[in-house]
Design a protein around this ligand. Structure first.
Ligand code: SAH
Length: 366
């Protein structure tokens, strides 16, 4: 009796392949490029993971796909719904790590906040994700898979439902530290045959990795948010330690190059977490206004969201309003981000997932 050969090749997960990569992969099997478009529509617009149901593909192709490929998104480990309608999912990856994904419904738009890494390596002092340590980058399939799974969970499996109108890379991780996978995901998010989101409604948020920001300019045309949080290097070195490598002047120069290269001359959003007695004085507001004056900027003030063990407190509402007023008097478009989902620890900086930390060799749970 013949002993079956062990299967060494893993099936390909099609969820993370851009239309171009899918066309290449199919082309190597003698298929025409339009098959990639059909597949992308079935996977991302219709939310299918079963090749049998892709009725406009020839039966032989469907059978071959079923043998060689999968469409596998992260599984929902748990879901929590906030009193304000925000939903937080803990999504389980194939290796047992979990990341968090948050759905934020608002009047006129519904935003999905997605993760790009298991944990984060950047150690910003006011962020809960940093406490979790870092395990690895998410694959493109795991990044896009959060959108795919959220659509399914929300009951929107056809794009016409348009439940998710905006996607922000503001979950766990530093997106620009996972460059290639994030760029592949961005391509699918704005591809009309996949999620078809407007380029202005897909936002990459970064703590300021300057070389990667320069690369992003040529690789994707999406909205940019920069986590600034301090008006001077001394304080930013402390809050956002990557500043020691890429100080504010270099970061803002890269921001300038980014706006200049974009087709839509959209503003860059600067995020600024409001920490009581740390970065919230009127003097610091004036310094921030001077810093940002040369750029097409808008400022998003984020009330600090506490988490267990933090030494920071959120600035009082009056201090936040005063800070905002100073910026506005200097002509800066400034909004205070409304805290959403804080009753389920789904707010900015509270995402923790379940990360098997590779640096500290211990598991930390939220
Ligand atoms: N790593 C990326 C994206 C993740 S966080 C970045 O740094 O931009 C999205 C935003 O939430 C960032 O501006 C981050 O600095 C901010 N944030 C982190 N912890 C926070 C907290 N505890 N309260 C409020 N905002 C926080």
């Amino acid at each position: 009796m013949a002993i079956p050969l062990p299967r060494t090749e893993q099936p390909v997960n099609l969820l993370g392949l851009t239309r171009g990569r899918l066309a290449e992969w199919l082309g190597a099997q003698g298929e025409k490029p339009f098959r990639a478009t059909q597949l992308v529509k079935w996977i991302h617009q219709f939310g299918l993971d079963d090749f049998e149901r892709m009725t406009n593909l020839p039966l032989v192709l469907r059978r071959r796909l079923a043998a060689e490929a999968v469409i596998a998104a992260p599984e929902i480990a748990s879901a929590q719904r906030s009193a304000d309608g925000t939903v937080k999912w803990l999504m389980r990856l194939a290796d047992g790590n979990c990341v968090e994904t948050v759905f934020i419904p608002e009047a006129g738009r519904n935003t999905l906040c997605i993760s790009s890494q298991v944990g984060c390596a950047l150690d910003c002092t006011f962020c809960a994700t940093a406490r979790q340590g870092f395990n690895r980058n998410l694959t493109a399939a795991e990044i896009v898979g959060q959108v795919w799974r959220a659509n399914q969970a929300l009951g929107a499996v056809h794009r016409d439902d348009r439940l998710i109108t905006n996607v922000v890379f503001m979950g766990m991780g530093e997106p620009l530290a996972n460059f290639d996978n994030v760029v592949a995901a961005l391509e699918l998010l704005v591809d009309d045959n996949a999620y078809g989101l407007s380029k202005r409604r897909v936002t990459v948020s970064t703590s300021g990795l300057v070389p990667a920001l320069d690369r992003l300019r040529g690789a994707a045309d999406v909205a940019l948010a920069v986590s600034l949080h301090a008006p001077d290097d001394a304080l930013r070195d402390e809050l956002v330690p990557i500043n020691r490598k890429y100080p504010i002047a270099e970061l803002l120069a890269a921001c300038r190059r980014y706006v200049d290269a974009r087709h839509h001359k959209a503003r860059i959003t600067f995020e600024y977490v409001m920490l009581d007695g740390v970065n919230d004085s009127p003097r610091q507001a004036r310094a921030l206004a001077r810093l940002l004056a040369p750029l097409p900027a808008k400022v998003n003030l984020i009330p600090f969201n506490p988490f267990p063990g933090t030494g920071y407190r959120c600035s009082p509402p009056a201090a936040i309003d005063r800070f905002r007023d100073v910026l506005q008097r200097h002509g800066l478009v400034t909004v205070t981000r409304r805290t959403r989902g804080d009753d389920i620890a789904a707010a900015c900086g509270q995402l923790a997932g379940r990360v098997h930390d590779r640096r500290r060799r211990r598991e930390v749970r939220s």
